[in-house]
Every structure is written in structure tokens, then in C-alpha cells.
Design a protein around this ligand. Structure first.
Ligand code: ADP
Ligand code: MG
Length: 184
């Protein structure tokens, strides 16, 4: 079964394919509504019909299923997906919501593991992750800060990645996001 986490990797990969060097993710989960915003500084998305399964800028595979599948996942729960351009020719913001209390909602899956995969797969990309609740927004990961602190050029050390994964898991759990539905 596809989980929200499975979609996450696809979305991050879209930013990578658009040659982003920085990806900022904001996650919130409040009153059953999971909200995710992903902002990148890659080349701007061509916004016409990107959620049509036949629209892709890929050269290697003819149909792109990432956004159409995500769209049906979120809209199946009454949520929405919105892709917008930040500037004329660079930067994309993707935002989606999922009603996790809806009977058709998919489980969260292992979101921290997806971020760790992303850090490992694209060490040259800087990530910032924020979580938001009703009261405040809090940064829970900033790879630039972490690299400066640890005096590293890239984050590839298994122990460091494991530690980041555990921290992310702890912070997401605090706002009710665990591998299952998170609605307890
Ligand atoms: N973050 C992004 N920046 C720029 N373009 C994007 C971004 N996300 C999606 N797109 C555009 O939308 C298209 C469809 O994306 P997707 O459905 O994931 O299919 P695929 O990645 O297989 O092409 C991409 O080919 C790309 O042109
Ligand atoms: Mg894609």
C-alpha cells in the first residue's frame, strides 16, 4: 500500500530533477489535517497540467505518475494539492493536505526514513525541516547548520544519519505523526 511517506520521496525527487540546491519542508498535523509544504529553489515548474499523468519533463520515462497519484491520494480524503511558482523562473512551492481521519486516508508510513534516504541520496542538497502546530513553527533540521557544527562538508556518516532519523521521529511523534494513522 502506498503511504504518505512514499509520495514524499517522489516529491523531493521532483525538486532534485529541477536542479534545486535547497529544499525547505514544513509539516503540520492539527485536528486530523496533515499539511505539507515543500519549497525549492530549482527551475520553476511549468504549471500547465502538471497533475495530468501525461505531462512530464522527463526524457527517460514517458508518463509521470508522481503528482497525479499524489493528487488522487489527497483528494480522495477531501484534501487539496497546489503547485505554485515562487518567482518568474525559479522556485516551486508544492502544498498538500490530507484528512487523516478520512476512511480512504493512507497511513503516514516512515517519513523520517524517507528524509534519511533523501539526505543519503542527494548529499549536495541542503534541507530545512520545520514542524508547525497551532501555536508555533519550529525548525527541526537544518543541514547547513549541522554541517557547520560538525565541521563536515557532507552528511554521509551512518551514525549521524541515524541520529538525525531518531530526532525527526521524536519531533514528528510529538505532533502525532507516527507510522500508522497518527490519530490516536
Ligand atoms: N519541484 C518542481 N520543480 C519544477 N518542476 C516540477 C516540480 N515538481 C513537478 N514538476 C514538473 O511536473 C512534472 C510532473 O511531475 P511528476 O508527476 O512527479 O512526474 P515525473 O517526475 O515523473 O515527471 C515534472 O516532470 C516537472 O516538469
Ligand atoms: Mg516525479
Amino acid at each position: 500500500m502506498r503511504t504518505i511517506a512514499d509520495h514524499f520521496f517522489d516529491i523531493l525527487e521532483n525538486s532534485v530533477n529541477a536542479h534545486a540546491s535547497k529544499i525547505i519542508v514544513t509539516i503540520s498535523f492539527f485536528q486530523h489535517i496533515f499539511l505539507c509544504r515543500i519549497i525549492d529553489n530549482g527551475s520553476a515548474a511549468n504549471l500547465s497540467n502538471v497533475t495530468d499523468p501525461f505531462v512530464t519533463s522527463r526524457k527517460t520515462r514517458r508518463v509521470g505518475l508522481g503528482l497525479p497519484l499524489l493528487k488522487s491520494t489527497v483528494e480522495g480524503t477531501g484534501g487539496h494539492l497546489n503547485l505554485s511558482r515562487l518567482e518568474k523562473d525559479s522556485g516551486t512551492c508544492l502544498e498538500f493536505t490530507v484528512n487523516m481521519a478520512h476512511i480512504d486516508a493512507r497511513p503516514f508510513g516512515d517519513i523520517p526514513a524517507v528524509f534519511i534516504d533523501a539526505l543519503r541520496s542527494w548529499p549536495e542538497i541542503d534541507f530545512e525541516i520545520f514542524i508547525k502546530n497551532a501555536k508555533k513553527e519550529q525548525k527541526i533540521l537544518d543541514t547547513v547548520e549541522l554541517k557547520n557544527m560538525l565541521e563536515l562538508d557532507i552528511i554521509q556518516d551512518v551514525e549521524v544519519l541515524k541520529y538525525i532519523g531518531e530526532q525527526l521521529k521524536k519531533e514528528l511523534y510529538k505532533i502525532g505523526i507516527n507510522r500508522q494513522f497518527g490519530v490516536s
